[in-house]
Design a protein around this ligand. Sequence first.
Ligand code: AKG
Ligand code: FE2
Length: 309
Amino acid sequence: MSSGEVVLPIIDLSGYIDPKSPEDKQRVIEEVRDAARQYGFFQAKGHGIPLDLQQDLLRCMSNVFNLPKDEKLKMSFLENPCRRGYEAAGMSHREGDALPDAKECFFVGREDPEVELSGFYGPNVWPNLPEADFRGPTIWSILLEGLNQPLDLVEQFAKRPIVPMKLIRYPPHSQAAAGQFGIGAHTDFGGVTILFQQPGKDGLEVWHEGREEWIEVPAREDIYVVNCGDMVQRWSGGAYKSARHRVINKADGERLSCATFWHGDVHATNPLRPDDPNKETVGLLLAKRFRNQYSFTKEFLAEVGVGAA
Ligand SMILES: O=C(O)CCC(=O)C(=O)O
Ligand SMILES: [Fe+2]
């Protein structure tokens, strides 16, 4: 069941990024804290990302997804040592769902020259499109400017963060099989997710535990959706929620979105609680999660602690 009553707060981040007074900054900090506690999600405006960059991103995403199927499959993320590149529809299946997700995706990360740490760092796969139309400043500006973390904390755990970015295209729901979701219900497992939705293409729903119902999150122009993953929930001792969410494309046509997952350094442990008995690193979390999708070396698995338990 969906509800028109609960609306995720829209927080104006400009009060933190460009404060006119100390109170401005404090108000944003409190609004974000309250939303992360209550919902695990909020909508963000005043983020400083120019609208024309957002529109460029959408245009570039369409260019990628509109490539011929065989060209997309040549860039399959399953054959890439860094899990970058193309994931076709039907390749992800959420536990408990009758059918795999209807979406297709394209994964991008930080551009590094060499494959390192079994593929957590390394070069991207780029489609055969004019460079200005896809890679580079557009994506990186969006990525960097979209992150508004307390800086002193960030410096501790994000010297060389792992930041996968997932471009997603959902087919119209009418094309999906009965019981098939664009993306099935899940929590994000890592750090903070910054989601850009194609304006006017609604479909995201967030589970509200207290009310036991799905809250619809509209796809509004110039509004990003931010949510906390399982790692943030753990790092914050449960103060911040990692909320379940799913996508049922409500638009007549296709729906585009872009999710950027901001996980922190491969060796980072809980920066909020250095005394946290759980010493799981970001690398270990990702290694457990993606074990069957990367070709991890034995050395790497030993380094991040897989098999140590
Ligand atoms: O496309 C969306 O609106 C949500 C995507 C999402 O939840 C994910 O990729 O984890
Ligand atoms: Fe998600």
